[in-house]
Design a protein around this ligand. Structure first.
Ligand SMILES: Nc1nc2c(ncn2[C@@H]2O[C@H](COP(=O)(O)OP(=O)(O)O)[C@@H](O)[C@H]2O)c(=O)[nH]1
Ligand SMILES: [Mg+2]
Length: 436
């Protein structure tokens, strides 16, 4: 997700590291590179133009904050403006009847199941229903998915039209005491008046709390025009971008809010039920700048490991105080969380390096073996690990001295990153580790 942009932006901001002063020339050069990166990532032309204008004004006009280097200063401005571009604050899904609309195959039905799963995990009462009468299999698909998630699917016998189904579902959901009714609708390959009329009638029947437009991120900018038509004819309150796992460019995610004034509420990052993330503009901006997404990682961790361990670990991590024992626990925990490539991208400083890197399981086994062969004292205080200790550890773990060195280096890099994170707490904004 967004790898292309991350790669280009962190390279161009990285070049500034040598610069002592933000002259107009330096700013212009950097902005030219950022412009190319954005356009290449398929970000809307006008959105790119407006964005750069804001960054430029601030870069040339603002006093340098605290003791930030020029590189950090620009990175901070780009970070803040990116966050703003992406929508600023995270927006929750309003309780009530939520209508999902969009073209066929964009991922509406799948996403409804994913959201039901997410909301249920948070303790909400969720029900789902479908008004998609066009394809016989469509309702069955949602019914099956709802069974998988464990939320009620509201289906009705008889000859009902989509608006009637929607209304009945709303009444039924109310009886069940559901906080959310997620309503699926039919799609089309292209926009047509029939579909718009159908969606309007459903909307009128149930007066939804939200109308979520589902778009396939891989379609890039063409999806903006389609979304605009949906917005003008049906009215949209939020967007869900699917298939972000496949789109390295991410132009739609960056353009959507600014071009249409509609917040993105979720992104789909895979085909499985758990492959959905709430959309946090600041965290996405951090990821785009190659700063990782520690917060999401910690949250994911909390889902799979006991609460007290999670608490312990995240406190230590965020306090910049963690040892090899913690590193081991973190790695073991990460392995229990799912596809490694996805998770490692969230670790600050690792995202950009991971491009095209296939995670090598054997490296992780080695890391665990090496740490296991250390004494408790060595794990707490790796500085005491001298050559003879390294030899012993390598022998004990069936690895080599260079493997031991690699583990210690990884640890040192992470510790530095964590320390910066802690240090960033002293600077008013932003609260993330600058890698540049
Ligand atoms: N890789 C990936 N595939 C997705 C995502 N969301 C949906 N899909 C796939 O897209 C296809 C169409 O999804 P579906 O929910 O049936 O689309 P609908 O016609 O809009 O209801 C299915 O094969 C889904 O598994 C996503 O975030 N990532
Ligand atoms: Mg469907």
């Amino acid at each position: 997700m967004l790898e292309l942009l991350t790669d280009k932006l962190s390279k161009s901001l990285g070049k500034l590291r040598q610069t002592r002063k933000l002259t107009e020339k330096v700013v212009n050069n950097t902005l030219r590179e950022i412009r190319l990166a954005l356009l290449e990532a398929d970000v809307d032309y006008q959105v790119t133009k407006d964005f750069l204008k804001k960054v430029r004004t601030r870069a040339l006009g603002e006093e340098v904050k605290g003791n930030l280097s020029p590189a950090d200063q620009i990175a901070m401005i780009v970070y803040e403006e990116l966050t703003d571009l992406l929508g600023g604050e995270k927006e929750d899904l309003k309780k009530g009847t939520v209508l999902f609309v969009g073209l066929q195959g964009t991922g509406k039905t799948t996403s409804i199941a994913k959201i039901a799963f997410l909301l249920k995990k948070k303790g909400h009462q969720v029900a789902v229903s479908s008004t998609d009468l066009r394809r016989p299999a469509a309702m069955l698909q949602l019914e099956r998915l709802s069974q998988q998630v464990g939320v009620p699917y509201l289906g009705f016998e008889g000859d009902l039209n989509p608006a009637q189904i929607a209304l009945k579902a709303k009444e039924e959901a109310k009886k069940l005491g559901a906080d959310y009714l997620l309503l699926d609708t039919a799609g089309r390959l292209h926009i047509d008046e029939d579909l718009m009329e159908e969606l309007r009638s459903i909307k009128e029947a149930v007066n939804p709390s939200e109308v979520i437009y589902v778009a396939d991120a891989m379609q890039g900018q063409t999806a903006l025009e389609t979304a605009r038509t949906f917005h003008e004819t049906v009215g949209i309150t939020g967007a869900l971008l699917t298939k972000m796992d496949g789109d390295a460019r991410g132009g739609l995610a960056l353009s959507f809010r600014s071009a249409l004034g509609i917040p993105i509420k979720f992104i789909g990052v895979g085909e499985k039920i758990e492959d959905l993330e709430p959309f946090y503009p600041d965290r996405i901006a951090q990821r785009i700048l190659g700063l990782g997404d520690l917060q999401s990682l910690v949250e994911k961790a909390q889902e799979v490991i006991p609460e007290d361990r999670a608490q312990h670990l995240s406190t230590k991590v965020l306090a910049g105080d963690f040892d090899l024992e913690d590193l081991k626990e973190m790695v073991l925990m990460i392995r229990n969380m799912g596809p490694l490539e996805k998770l490692l991208g969230m670790i600050p400083g690792l995202g950009a390096q991971l491009k095209n890197v296939k995670v090598d399981e054997s490296q992780f086994r080695k890391l665990i073996a090496v740490i296991n062969s250390m004494t408790p004292e060595e794990r707490r205080n790796p500085r005491i690990i001298n050559m003879s200790r390294k030899k012993r550890i390598a022998k004990g773990s069936g690895t080599s001295i260079s493997d031991v060195n690699r583990v210690l280096k990884r640890y040192e890099e992470m510790r530095k990153m964590m320390r910066k994170l802690k240090g960033a707490g002293g600077v008013p904004m932003p609260k993330f580790p600058f890698r540049i």
